[in-house]
Design a protein around this ligand. Sequence first.
Ligand SMILES: Cc1ncc(COP(=O)(O)O)c(C=O)c1O
Length: 383
Amino acid sequence: MSSRSIPIRIPFNRPPHFEGISSILTRAVEHGHTSSGGPFTKECEAFLGALLGVPTLLTTSCTHSLEMAALLLDTGPGDEIIVPSFTFVSTANAFALRGARIRFVDCDTFGNISLDHLEHVLGPATRAVIPVHYAGNSCDMDRLLTLCRGRGLRVVEDAAQTIGSKFRGRPLGTLGDLGCLSFHETKNISSGEGGALLVGNGDLLRRSLHLRDKGTNRQEFSLGMAEKYSWIDLGSSWALSDLNAAYLVSQLARMDTIMDRRKLLWLRYAEALQAPVTKIGGRILESPPHNTPNYHLFAVVWPSGAVRDRFIRHMAGRGILTPFHYVALHSSPYGSRFGSDPQEFPQTDRLSNGLVRLPLFFNLTLPDQDDVIDSVISFVKAP
Ligand SMILES: Cc1ncc(COP(=O)(O)O)c(C=O)c1O
């Protein structure tokens, strides 16, 4: 029997499921304000604003938050935007959409932007740097901010994976000019599809509200702060529906429980797998000491693509999904238009070829996790 025909017993991810989620959705429908800006949106934005300490706008996705950021910075042709190659496509695409030239840089061993490479490539055309906080961890953000601020560069944090994690005690996503969170179903806290724009630079707040609301001053109008409601800027339909916000409330209300469970699962994996994985030349992706992690991913880095591919097949043969990512953007069909030197990305290549993620989600049961652990150990015995 080929592994392809084996049914999936343990998925890679499932969004958190609790009793009572459907009743909150019913309340959202019964309230009658199901579009953006309703009571659940206000509740989420107040909660996140207090948690993170910066104004927070719910959006339809992290991708759209990044697109808003590109517009807010007036990105255009001639601008060079620095993006790590080891990331999801949206990090680069949001700025490429505005005609910017993307300059890819390598990552460090944790999967975060390499500050040595960044320092080396900063130049006169550079407008902004987009650090990606991989697995909810970050580079040394103090060093990055010093490098950028000294040159007048903007910083947009791709904080898609960071809800609940910190750099030296400060929430990730709030340190640069703007931060972009994701509430996609694969994230620790989710709303199906969804995201947030964190506005660290107060000068950008008013315009952020306009852009999110199709380029209009609708919010000021509805608060009685503008006489007319009209088109005053570029923009799009980037505000989250209140139905999605209601679903988000159900999870934000249990954020500590979700985080505790993920931590327990992550630590169980690490304890059981550290020695066996190392035995065949692999490693567990840890957090740098400057981060308080949110246990977003449990990733193993195998020594080669061949070992990684055999591992994925071995796990699939037991009905366990263990996906890899990312296809390095500098060598992707569209990303290669920006003309990178392939020699500049040794660490990106290592992670892109060797990294794999184990199932980690709130409702993963301990027996299922033990099953995953046993399957990894059986692979190590005969890799
Ligand atoms: C690093 C990173 N950036 C951006 C995104 C896009 O997030 P969304 O699906 O909310 O648009 C993702 C999604 O997985 C991501 O991992």
